[in-house]
Design a protein around this ligand. Sequence first.
Ligand SMILES: [Zn+2]
Length: 125
Amino acid sequence: MSLTRLLLARPVEGTVGERQRVTHLVYVPEARNRALLARACCGQAFGPGDLELLDGVAGMPCEACLRHAPINNAEGVLTDGDLIVSRLTGLEAQVELLAELVDRVGKRLSQATITFPGEQSNVEG
Ligand SMILES: [Zn+2]
């Protein structure tokens, strides 16, 4: 089984709507197919000049690409897709933790009794 090499790329500005400029996982075209279309894991095909290569995920990742990315191959080497998925899983856990903390703070605030300056002295006096 050969190593699947993937690139991170998104459509060049102006070729598609801004919402469609998601980061795709694109198979590295074989040398003999360089002039042809580049295919993303999600199935979309891109022509020469349609994509800009990225060093990392910029903006929204293409969810379909993440779902269809080849995972651990025979060599046990992580592909870029695996790295992205593991990174996203880590981020998801952090977001869940943050949501829980925000929820706790929200509950504390709703239970807290807010005393304004002056109110206390009125009660005592
Ligand atoms: Zn895609």
